[in-house]
Design a binder for this molecule. Structure first.
Ligand SMILES: NC(=O)c1ccc[n+]([C@@H]2O[C@H](COP(=O)([O-])OP(=O)(O)OC[C@H]3O[C@@H](n4cnc5c(N)ncnc54)[C@H](O)[C@@H]3O)[C@@H](O)[C@H]2O)c1
Length: 294
């Protein structure tokens, strides 16, 4: 199947990154979110990021050419033209199921629907559609324009043809697919990563080490670009919290249970960079000011 038109649902951190790399790769993209303000903010971020990549010679073409391939809308109707849909809305089963039911009604029969969920089993989302074989997981990593990995998740009913098509599309937008053969909550990389994040938070909670020292240690000791708290501030504490809780609910394994401090921070709205405070504090331009007090 030839894929020309891509529809991206959700223009937040992940949706805007996915839309960007698709436009960079030459696809026609329509990105949908709930308000013009969100879309304007997203377009500004994408334009800035494309500009940096063009400047460094990492992307072919001009900023204008790439941005011309990316349209935005608050309407779902343009999904009627899509060959492939990437869903990257909030991590909420009811919201995703409602959207997939609508997409299933609107999209052409041949279209593939992919979810970027971090933790919800693909099968649970696919079940509301009449095209279970054409629903797949494509789990990207943040920041999407830079991180190469994408987990391709086969739901219980996903056809091999759909998995292959998603794999090929992801390669064509510059990613390295990792095939996930069984649809488990949290997929593979989060299942490996979450227990260490839970442990890092518990170590801070009990005063063993500071947020800054743990981040520094993980960066220098494990050769990571960011420590767990820096990463959490970028991805959003609420996103991580919901994902951990979903994995915990499915497995009942306490190693995935979100620690108390994380729960309290989420309740307080200390969600990371997007709210100016998470594990660290940030100024209006996003510069890190120092660790948040708690
Ligand atoms: N943040 C990460 O690092 C990360 C990594 C991998 C996967 N994910 C997953 O990707 C998805 C999106 O995460 P995010 O970090 O981009 O969240 P986000 O909060 O930055 O963005 C979500 C966007 O979806 C919009 N939205 C809500 N309902 C919608 C609908 N019906 N149609 C269109 N837009 C809608 C919201 O207005 C918001 O702008 C989640 O499922 C998350 O678990 C996130």
């Amino acid at each position: 199947m030839e894929i020309c038109e891509i529809f991206v649902a959700g223009a937040g951190l992940m949706g805007s990154g996915i839309a960007q790399i698709c436009a960079q790769a030459g696809y026609q993209v329509v990105m949908r979110d709930m308000s013009d303000d969100i879309l304007a903010k997203s377009l500004k971020t994408v334009k800035w990021s494309v500009g940096k990549l063009v400047e460094k010679g990492k992307v072919d073409g001009t900023v204008d050419d790439i941005m011309d391939r990316l349209a935005v809308t608050t309407d779902l109707a343009p999904a009627a033209e899509a060959d492939f849909v990437f869903e990257a809305i909030i991590e909420d089963l009811d919201a995703k199921r409602a959207l997939f039911a609508e997409l299933d009604r609107i999209c052409p029969g041949h279209a593939i629907l992919a979810t970027n969920t971090s933790s919800i089993p693909v099968t649970e989302i696919a079940a509301v559609t009449q095209r279970v074989g054409q629903v797949v997981g494509t789990h990207f990593f943040s920041p999407v324009p830079l991180m190469k990995a994408v987990e391709i998740v086969k739901g219980l009913g996903t056809s091999n043809k759909t998995v292959d098509a998603a794999d090929q599309l992801c390669r064509s937008i510059g990613k390295e697919p990792i095939r996930i053969k069984i649809d488990v909550a949290g997929i593979v990389l989060n299942r490996i990563n979450f227990p260490s994040v839970v442990e890092a938070i518990k170590l801070v909670e009990s005063g063993v080490a500071t947020v800054e020292d743990i981040d520094k240690g993980v960066r220098l000791g494990f050769a990571r670009l960011m420590g767990p708290f820096e990463t959490a501030d970028m991805t959003g504490l609420d996103v991580g919290y919901r994902a951990m809780l979903t994995v915990y609910r499915e497995t009942r394994d306490p190693k995935f249970y979100p620690p108390m401090l994380l729960q309290r921070k989420v309740k307080l709205g200390h969600l990371g960079r997007k709210t100016g405070i998470g594990w660290y504090r940030y100024d209006e331009k996003g510069n890190k000011l120092g660790p948040a007090e708690f």
